[in-house]
Design a protein around this ligand. Structure first.
Ligand code: NAP
Length: 331
């Protein structure tokens, strides 16, 4: 697969495999052996960049995703880039289902988190360590200072911030240069385009999460779709309601038309659109299915011209669309 550079020097596959869905948020977790097989298969298909987090798991096994990613990648550790995240923890005391996540980036918490993540990932270094969410109780300088120490110790090589805003990013970057932000970005959630000039100025990459609007942009989810509210967050996402499917008729038509023109699929168009916008954007689609991994990887080969991207943007700017999960800046 084509490679890209995040920040000054972090070389990654143009498409990252988002590993969250194997264990968290998209229904009951996949079986361990199958998850390991699929992650290794992704490597065979060209993915060399894998994303996980310490909180991708279930109430019974809150850190299972990091463990599985670690096991799967251990034999090829020196050929892959692993991103994981700190700064969120499960609020088991809330008694709510699904268990909510709350921010915690206290310096002591970060230091503890990195040690356990290294163990779970079977590695002596994390390639890219993201602060999962801004903690309103901890200044960006304090977080960046801990990270600078961890980089000096060789425990992490690069760092980033998820759902970063301009002020936080600039302040953190002044203390310890940031390699990438990991923000929500898709054809349905374009609010972070306003951050692009800042990313360009600072030389910071964008790892785009939920790049297919949690799967909606693939065009494979229609009316009457049922998601289990106990463990599948899509049950509460506004883009998957029957009304939303109607409101998104033009959007799906746009994707299907461009897909037919380019001999591609709607999923591939939604990813190729952002790949062609900037050379420093790396989408991070998640799937538990081998065929879809192959399909998503194929987006890197879809040829969209600048005029195609502009035509898509113009159409997106002017069309009716439903609400989408996380469609506004979260901080
Ligand atoms: N930093 C953060 O706060 C944050 C938040 C959310 C996610 N993330 C990261 O971003 C990654 C991706 O985000 P996401 O999973 O929320 O959204 P996404 O990649 O936009 O969508 C994933 C969903 O789409 C489906 N899907 C994937 N490829 C498909 C295809 N070709 N055709 C049809 N359906 C397809 C998947 O189902 P199947 O598994 O059934 O294929 C899954 O339900 C996660 O894995 C995680 O690593 C980060």
């Amino acid at each position: 697969m084509e490679t890209r550079i995040l920040g000054k020097a972090l070389k990654v596959s143009a498409i990252c495999l988002g590993c969250m869905g194997f264990s968290h948020a998209y229904g009951a977790p996949t079986d361990e052996r199958e998850t390991i097989r699929l992650i290794r298969r992704a490597f065979d298909l060209g993915y060399t960049f894998f994303d996980t987090a310490e909180v991708y798991g279930t109430s019974d096994d809150p850190h299972i995703n990091e463990e599985l990613v670690g096991k799967a990648l251990a034999p090829i550790r020196d050929q892959v880039t692993i991103a994981t995240k700190f700064g969120l923890r499960f609020d088991f005391a809330s008694g709510k289902v699904p268990v909510p996540l709350i921010p915690d980036s206290m310096p002591g918490t970060i230091r503890k988190s990195v040690e356990v993540s290294l163990k779970r990932l079977h590695t002596d270094h994390i390639d890219l360590y993201f602060q999962h969410r801004i903690d309103p109780n901890v200044e960006p300088e304090a977080v960046a200072d801990v990270i600078a120490g961890l980089i000096k110790e060789g425990k992490i090589l690069h760092w980033g911030i998820s759902e970063a805003n301009e002020e936080y990013l600039r302040r953190a970057n002044d203390v310890c240069p940031v390699t990438a932000v990991q923000n929500r970005y898709s054809m349905m959630a374009r609010h972070y385009e306003s951050l692009f000039p800042v990313l360009e100025e600072l030389g910071v990459g964008l790892v785009a999460f939920s790049p297919m609007a949690n799967g909606f942009l693939t065009g494979k989810y229609g009316k009457g779709q049922h998601f289990d509210p106990k463990n599948d967050y899509r049950a509460a996402m506004p883009q998957f309601t029957d009304e939303a499917v109607d409101q998104n008729t033009d959007l799906l038509k746009l994707l299907n038309t461009m897909a037919a023109e380019k001999n591609a699929t709607p999923a591939q168009i939604s990813l190729a659109w952002m790949l062609r916008k900037k050379p420093w954007i790396v989408p991070i689609p998640g799937t538990r299915k081998e065929e879809r991994m192959r399909e998503n990887a194929g987006a890197a080969q879809v040829k969209l011209s600048a005029a195609d991207v502009q035509a898509l943007d113009d159409a997106l700017d002017n069309m009716e669309m439903s609400a989408v999960f996380g469609g506004h800046k979260s901080n």
